[in-house]
Design a protein around this ligand. Structure first.
Ligand code: ASP
Length: 354
């Protein structure tokens, strides 16, 4: 599984470091450089280190594990989540925290997936990346990288402050399974949906103590089985019965994330509700989330969603699409009984829903 990784490189620079961190370098814009034709292509971690030597001065002993071939995060697959989670699990007792350098495009999916795979996590797993490559003079990479390292090494009374999977970007620390990429042009690429940010980095790192995940006080449990038989069906006016029929009845689809309107509203036409019902009756799991970034699904608030509970469509409450998709894969991978899958989807397991 791990032959896609280079051998681990240790920078044990300090006799009494304030922390030992493992960096998993997957690629993304942060470490990219321009090729001869001016196109951004992924580069190795050595180029990151060359551009940000300051990370060797932070009183942190670092180890680095890189993808042999760094990737643009648009190419991330389930196997990459499994590899990252396994690395963290296998090295858990040797490090105080973990930093994952990752492209921004799918970072919220990867952070959500890892939050479900690593149950009982009691140490920081911080994802970061950049909008501009570290090679660029105006890059946000160095700032994101250095502060992420600080956060992943921060302790209170000898214990890590952060005990969950999160994303640090543009001075804000966000719970991973609440994050959404909302911007591709400006530096503030991520938003936290329906949950306050966990910390703001200014002159000091200002933690929002009451919103941090409390210490799990449990052993770390790794569950990497994910079932990819999932689809996101985004509603739009004009969606045709034949299309919905095709998706709901596709034999390789087990879970449908229904991205509905507003507070969870769906077309009130009979054909649509009948197809949803047929899906549920044939053991498809249909999870209703909203296309809105803020607010939540409330079955029955409007007439247009009042039938959904009756039919057996599950309310995804305030889940993001990223969290809903990865949680569905996790639930389908972990459980085979429909009731257990439904229970998993309706119960908050890592702060992903209220
Ligand atoms: N396409 C890049 C990626 O996700 C964008 C980025 O890193 O910001 O890998």
């Amino acid at each position: 599984m791990l032959d896609e990784f280079d051998t681990i490189v240790h920078f044990d620079l300090f006799e009494a470091p304030k922390a030992r961190l493992l960096i998993i370098y997957t690629g993304g814009t942060l470490g990219m450089d321009y090729d001869a034709g001016g196109t951004l292509v992924p580069c190795g971690f050595d180029s990151v280190l060359r551009r940000a030597p300051v990370i060797k001065e932070l009183q942190i002993n670092l180890s680095v594990l890189s993808f042999k071939v760094p990737i643009d995060s648009s190419s991330v697959e389930i196997k990459h989540w499994q590899q990252m989670a396994e690395i963290i699990y296998n090295n858990y007792s040797d490090y105080d925290g973990f930093l994952i350098l990752h492209g921004t495009d799918t970072m919220a999916y990867s952070a959500s997936a890892l939050s479900f795979m690593l149950q009982g996590l009691d140490k920081p797993v911080v994802f970061t990346g950049a909008q501009l490559p570290i090679a660029s003079p105006r890059s946000d990479a160095k700032e994101n990288l250095v502060t992420s390292l600080e956060i992943a090494s921060d302790k209170k009374e000898g214990k890590p402050i952060i005990t969950e999977v999160c994303i640090f970007f543009n001075n804000r620390l966000i719970r991973g399974n609440r994050a959404k990429k909302v911007e591709s042009q400006q530096f503030d690429a991520f938003e936290s949906e329906n949950y306050p940010i966990l910390a703001q980095a200014g002159i000091t790192i200002d933690y929002q103590w009451s919103y941090l995940m409390p210490s799990a006080n449990k052993d770390l449990v790794l569950t990497t089985k994910m079932n990819p038989s999932v689809i996101v069906l985004k509603l739009f006016p004009g969606l045709q019965p034949a299309t919905v029929d095709h998706i709901i009845k596709a034999p390789n689809i087990k879970g449908v994330i229904l991205e509905s309107y507003g507070a969870g509203n769906v077309p009130h036409q009979k054909w649509f509700l009948n197809l949803l019902e047929e899906g549920v009756k044939s053991d498809k799991i249909i999870l209703n989330i909203s296309q809105c970034n803020g607010g939540k699904v409330m079955h029955g608030k409007y007439e247009t969603s009042s039938k959904l509970d009756e039919i057996g469509v599950i309310s995804g409450e305030d889940l993001t699409t990223e969290a809903a998709t990865t949680k569905m894969m996790y639930a389908l991978g972990r459980y085979s009984n429909i009731k257990d899958i439904q229970n998993c989807l309706t119960t908050p397991i890592r702060g992903e829903m209220n």
